[in-house]
Design a protein around this ligand. Structure first.
Ligand SMILES: C=CC1=C(C)c2cc3[nH]c(cc4nc(cc5[nH]c(cc1n2)c(C)c5CCC(=O)O)C(CCC(=O)O)=C4C)c(C)c3C=C
Ligand SMILES: [Fe+2]
Ligand SMILES: [Fe+2]
Length: 365
């Protein structure tokens, strides 16, 4: 009888256990073209964690209207931020973070496998979990690159991991990081990014902290995202020594007609300019990598709206990306969550014996 599980390699006695970390981000299209953006949006907006409308009502809207109109418009926006060599900024920074984290952990004596995966598009969470298992990972820490927990993002990453686990006969030990919105290293990395900008470019009259929005309804249904975003903002302001009158927390990227978390970023910036605020610094603390939402929506669209409304100077402060304080924070966070799992350098002879058994012996003994 065929098994419903994917085939396992033969079980090998004495295989060296390996610990791994999987950094998970949202994902991005494979190219800044309408067909690639359509494939990406179909997967993204077809996720019922992201859009909670019942399928029967949502599917005709998604496939009949949105996927016919939005891909070309979004592709044109992606084209403005796409790098000739590095491609999508989100993909570039996420891959850099995984590479640097591997090195940082190694230097800290934590010999763990580190990979990155995307919830939508490539490399998929399932393909990277397969790869880690093939490399011998027996314990995997799932670390979403979202500091604030949201059902629309963090939980959706976990869904993808559970879906993969359901296909496996032999599931590795799994751990999940839900949130780090108030982690001291993360807050410090954000503060250093802002202080460096102030040192290099001077300081504006007001700091706007813009977080990605979610439907307001999710807050009333128990989603902690709004509160965690506010806590990040407050801790960051305290770390920077800002009084409440010196900063504003806003929410961007509204999608559709429903009410989302307020105040909305762009109308807030326009209102500020209209009441005489001449200069603003804008930072996006909830985004660990620059992406379409920060580079196009904030640094292009919101900038233009602020200046058009009478503002004189708009400064966009880049995301954490591959900044050293952020990789340090990520490495410390990872180590906290790996506590108790073996991460010492595996003995070379044991690794070789293990590889020989896997190559030669095949069957269990
Ligand atoms: C119903 C729609 C959406 C919800 C809810 C949502 C939540 C959410 N998203 C991020 C982070 C990112 N979103 C990005 C792009 C993006 N987001 C939506 C819609 C929702 N997001 C769409 C349709 C798009 C695609 C672009 C477009 O067509 O407008 C990105 C950037 C991806 C990239 O390729 O650069 C990020 C990052 C968070 C953190 C979040 C909830 C907290
Ligand atoms: Fe989004
Ligand atoms: Fe957007």
């Amino acid at each position: 009888m065929p098994s419903r599980f994917v085939p396992e390699p033969p079980f090998i006695h004495g295989q060296v256990p390996r610990t791994a970390v999987l950094l998970c981000n949202l994902g991005t299209p494979d190219a800044p073209t309408a067909p690639a953006v359509r494939r990406y949006l179909a997967q993204f907006l077809g996720d019922d964690r992201v859009v909670e409308i019942p399928k029967l009502a949502w599917w005709p809207i998604l496939h009949g209207i949105i996927l016919r109109t939005r891909p070309a418009k979004s592709a044109a926006k992606y084209a403005t931020v796409w790098h000739p060599q590095d491609g999508s900024p989100l993909a570039h920074w996420t891959a850099r973070q995984a590479l640097l984290l591997r090195g940082w952990l190694g230097e800290a004596g934590q010999h763990v496998l580190v990979r990155h995966a995307m919830r939508y598009g490539n490399p998929s969470i399932a393909s990277e979990l397969d790869a880690l298992k093939a490399e011998g990972a027996t314990r995997i820490l799932i670390l979403p690159l979202y500091p604030q927990y949201s059902g629309t993002t963090t939980a959706s990453v976990f869904d993808a991991v559970y879906d993969w686990a359901r296909t496996q006969r032999h599931i590795p030990e799994l751990r999940f990081v839900n949130r780090y919105h108030d982690d001291a290293g993360y807050i410090d990395a954000l503060a250093r990014r802002i202080e460096a900008h102030w040192r290099d470019a001077g300081r504006s009259a007001h700091l706007v902290m813009s977080f990605h929005g979610v439907p307001e309804r999710t807050l009333h249904l128990g989603d902690p995202y709004h509160c965690e975003s506010h806590k990040t903002g407050r801790l960051l302001a305290e770390r920077l020594g800002l009084a409440p009158s010196q900063y504003t927390i806003t929410f961007q990227s509204r999608f559709g007609k429903a009410k989302w978390l307020e105040p909305y970023t762009e109308p807030t910036l326009v209102a500020m300019a209209q009441r005489g605020v001449q200069s603003v610094d804008v930072v996006c603390p909830g985004f660990t990598s620059d992406c379409l939402e920060t580079l196009e929506e904030i640094n292009q669209e919101a900038r233009e709206a602020f200046l058009h409304a009478g503002g004189k100077a708009f400064a966009y402060i880049p995301c954490l990306n591959d900044s050293a304080p952020w990789i340090t924070a990520l490495s410390q966070l990872t180590q906290q969550h790996l506590a108790g799992w073996p991460t010492a350098m595996p003995d070379a002879a044991a690794l070789e014996r293990s590889a020989q058994r896997a190559r030669g012996m095949g069957a269990a003994q």
